[in-house]
Design a protein. Structure first.
Lengths: 313, 258
């Protein structure tokens, strides 16, 4: 079953003093996220990622379309008991301590009284704040607030988690911990839908990603598929200080570094290039297919000319 | 359902109690009661009258200031700081949030009023050495002040549900001032002609009638308050508060939290 089904969800805001101008924040979006997936929602700032998340959380109302989470409508309280949400740059009631805040959220999420204290202590430990539970949130650093944000999202053991820029404000160690936490959530069978513009995070974590730009879906698919050898080239590295004349017609570009040569060859010319290197008696170090990085794919999808090619879902 | 309203109300109460500005206001109200004692001592023969008048007025004015000051930020501040996002993404209905916020602030004001009332009674005991039977009417005046606070809270919440804290403060305070002269507005409406009459009558019934809730002067003169007035004021405050809350819910249910 799809954990998240987005069926033509769209959002247009009325702007200007008389609210006469229409500003499209999200064009009709169709997207399915399967249960147990880590799904990355990628896009530059202002692409429509947060608008999509706010629509799914029922914080803003769609201009058209609908969505279902765990088969239920987005305003269904039964569904909301089974989701967790971390907003972008979260801000909490700063007069409360971390424990009081989590206790309050546990109450609102319907966690039973005997369970609350145990759950609060457990999630504080899980996000590395076990010693900060009694501290008022006004004294927390940005990174600590982000950790509290993650704690409140996972507090009630939800089945689906929505994280808006979860790595924002975290140091490298914190980012690593969040990545580990997301992997752990996946192993527990949870669905994680997170927005980011940090592509390395998405590449290392996600089963599938979607790319959104200017409120429009530009591409969606498994990370392996998007970064597979779509270039149709291989990189051959060998010991040597020059490119033999017999190879020059076969390679598209090369670089000399010390006593190694790194050359790009079309897949069709791969065997001929290897034969030529053997004939010349040069020692081949490696032959690796060239994979498109997620960053290259992302940049390509953001180009207006290619946007016209449509969505590749 | 009711449990979530109670949790939100408790959290709102806790927020207000931990707000240092609130303590300043309470301290100021207690100072006013102290000042009443001082003025009472120099008002030979009418100490009791001055103490009750000044004390209850201080309770009313500072309670209204607290209601406006906190009430205007109840919703808009939560939207502005985005604290609402992590509340409404849970199984909390928007109307539950509004009603919870209302009860939280109403509870805060009732507790504050009780504290300030202790100050007034202490001042009264200080100047008159003993309580009289007629002093019991002060409790009715305090009850009417609380009714006034409930109406103010609901209105502050209503304005807070669609406008900025500054505009909400201006709207709520304006309504408080106009409402305090509601009887005069009704008198003007009765005398006016044509369209002015219609407009004045409409405005007189739209704004809250705080005139009838103000019995401070008659209580200070130890005059009794009629049961009918207690009943009609209670009903009026209940209906007006309920309607303002319904309007706040209706607006907030449709609001995009950008």
């Amino acid at each position: 079953m799809a954990a998240i089904e987005i069926l033509g969800l769209e959002k247009t805001y009325r702007v200007g003093f008389w609210r006469t101008r229409a500003k499209c924040a999200l064009r009709p979006l169709h997207l399915n996220v399967e249960e147990g997936e880590i799904f990355g929602f990628l896009g530059p700032n202002g692409a429509g990622k947060t608008t999509t998340l706010k629509l799914l959380m029922g914080l803003v109302f769609p201009s058209g379309g609908t969505a279902r989470i765990l088969g239920m409508e987005i305003n269904d309280p039964r569904m909301k008991a089974q989701i967790g949400f971390l907003p972008e740059r979260p801000y909490f009631y700063d007069y409360l301590t971390a424990s009081e805040l989590l206790e309050y959220y546990a109450q609102l999420s319907g966690v039973t009284a005997p369970e609350r204290r145990r759950k609060v202590a457990e999630v504080l430990g899980r996000v590395g704040l076990q010693d900060a539970g009694g501290m008022q949130l006004r004294k927390f650093s940005k990174g600590m607030l982000q950790r509290v944000g993650i704690a409140q999202a996972i507090l009630h053991d939800p089945r689906v988690l929505f994280f808006d820029e979860p790595m924002s404000g975290l140091d490298p160690m914190g980012r690593r911990e969040v990545r580990d936490l997301m992997e752990e959530l996946k192993q527990q069978g949870k669905t994680v839908f997170f927005s980011t513009h940090i592509l390395s995070d998405a590449e290392s974590l996600c089963d599938r990603v979607a790319i959104i730009h200017l409120g429009e879906l530009r591409g969606v698919g498994a990370v392996e598929d998007l970064t597979s050898s779509v270039e149709g080239k291989v990189e051959i590295i060998w010991h040597g200080s020059s490119v033999p004349a017999s190879l020059k017609t076969l390679i598209t570009e090369y670089h000399l570094t010390g006593d190694t040569v790194r050359a790009l060859v079309r897949e069709a010319n791969q065997d001929a290039a290897i034969d030529a290197l053997r004939r010349e008696g040069l020692r081949i170090i490696s032959i690796v297919p060239v994979r498109t990085s997620l960053e290259e794919y992302f940049m390509r999808k953001l180009k207006p000319s290619e946007a016209a090619a449509g969505v590749s879902s | 359902m009711s449990a979530r309203i109670a949790y939100i109300a408790t959290n709102t109460f806790r927020e207000a109690v931990r707000d240092r500005v609130l303590y300043n206001l309470i301290a100021f109200a207690l100072l006013m009661s102290g000042a009443a004692i001082l003025v009472g001592q120099i008002s030979i023969g009418i100490e009791q009258l001055v103490v009750v008048n000044l004390g209850l007025t201080a309770v009313s004015v500072f309670g209204v200031v607290i209601a406006i000051f906190i009430g205007i930020g109840l919703v808009s501040k939560e939207i502005e700081k985005r604290t609402l996002y992590t509340v409404l993404s849970r199984p909390v209905q928007r109307w539950e949030f509004i009603v919870g916020k209302f009860f939280g602030l109403a509870g805060t004001l009732v507790v504050n009023t009780l504290f300030m009332a202790v100050g007034v009674f202490a001042a009264l005991l200080y100047v008159s050495r003993s309580f009289q039977r007629a002093d019991g009417w002060i409790l009715v005046a305090l009850y009417f002040i609380i009714l006034q606070f409930l109406m103010m809270t609901a209105m502050a919440l209503l304005f807070s549900s669609f406008s900025s804290p500054l505009l909400s403060a201006v709207f709520t305070f304006s309504l408080f001032v106009i409402g305090s002269f509601a009887e005069d507005l009704r008198g003007f409406a009765a005398m006016a002609q044509g369209i002015s009459r219609w407009l004045a009558t409409g405005a007189a019934y739209l704004v809250p009638n705080f005139s009838s809730l103000n019995v401070i002067s008659s209580v200070a003169h130890q005059q009794p308050v009629s049961t009918q007035l207690i009943f009609s004021n209670s009903l009026y405050a209940l209906v007006y508060t309920g309607m303002a809350l319904c309007a706040a819910v209706l607006i907030f249910e449709r609001r995009n939290l950008k």
